[in-house]
Ligand binder design. Structure first.
Ligand code: TA6
Length: 285
């Protein structure tokens, strides 16, 4: 199928839950639980040329986060996994759930950017009221390699100014807006997180379950212990206006809450596999 210009695959449950995954980046672009509307933000101005990063959904940042340098090489911002087409391995049913599996292996183009032999998989699991994205990577080469990653989820909110993110009270964080020149500086979150202007923080969230309150629509976010950080990003009006692939008011309708493994890159020895996941739960509780 084609979804807003992106070659994609759809997953659907008999109860009405649905999600759509682009082949580029194995990136979830849409998730609509049966008893509600769209829960992910996809910019109407997102590129769909097959190689430019798609602004919205759940991009996978791999093998680096933002513009950090790994193993002496400068990789593209947020790595290359989100810029390339993944192969679909198929779909399967497990109980009430449906799972779609995608794979990316190293090739000449990836090795030119990052000298690693790998087999990376994305598993998108759609359950009633719930969406989980799992990522695994196996080192298929003879040398260890290091990587950082994030599931850079763009959540749809009615108005970011009234949204609140609960669950990070007491967690330490690094603020990329105010402390960019002080990478070691840490602050501590007090209470729920509200959004006034540009927000770009890396929280040591260590297994906490978070709750995004957006009007009457709560969303519970969980992530694997292998992803010890949560990045919270909203560009605000000024930076939002500079992003050509975001409409002028688009920043109001999105909030990125990203499961991440950034501060200490993973070092993966030959033959070993690393796994991580993030789950979004819209079931009322
Ligand atoms: O996750 C937050 C962040 O690293 C921000 O600093 C911001 O740059 C954002 O990701 C989006 O990056 P992108 O390359 O997709 O425009």
């Amino acid at each position: 199928m084609n979804f807003h210009g992106h070659p994609a695959r759809a997953l659907a449950l008999p109860g009405g839950d649905r999600c759509v995954v682009a082949l580029q980046g194995a990136q979830v672009l849409s998730w609509t639980p049966a008893d509600g509307g769209e829960r992910l933000y996809l910019s109407p101005r997102a590129a769909h040329d097959g190689t430019t990063a798609i602004r919205g959904g759940i991009p996978l940042c791999f093998p680096q986060f933002n513009q950090r340098v790994l193993e002496g090489r400068t990789l593209p911002k947020h790595g290359f996994a989100r810029n390339v087409r993944w192969a679909e391995l198929g779909q399967e049913a497990q109980g009430e759930d449906r799972i779609a599996l995608f794979v990316l292996r190293d090739d000449e183009a990836t090795r030119a950017l990052w000298p690693a032999s790998f087999d990376a998989r994305v598993a998108v699991r759609l359950s009633p009221g719930r969406l989980a994205v799992g990522f695994s990577v196996r080192n298929t080469g003879a040398q260890s390699f290091a990587f950082a990653l994030a599931l850079h989820s763009y959540l749809r909110v009615a108005d970011v100014a009234t949204a609140r993110l609960h669950g990070l009270d007491g967690a330490s964080f690094w603020d990329a807006v105010s402390d960019l020149q002080q990478p070691q500086r840490r602050r501590v979150q007090g209470g729920a997180l509200a959004f006034r202007g540009e927000t770009d923080r890396v929280y040591a969230s260590g297994g906490r379950s978070l709750r995004l309150q957006d009007g009457g629509r709560p969303l519970v976010l969980t992530q694997s212990a292998s992803m010890p950080e949560t990045v919270v990003w909203n560009p605000g009006a000024a930076l939002g206006a500079q992003l050509a692939d975001l409409p002028p008011e688009g920043w109001r309708e999105m909030l990125c809450v990203e499961a991440a493994c950034i501060d200490t890159p993973v070092v993966l020895p030959p033959g070993h596999t690393w796994q991580g996941w993030q789950a979004l739960d819209a079931r009322s509780r």
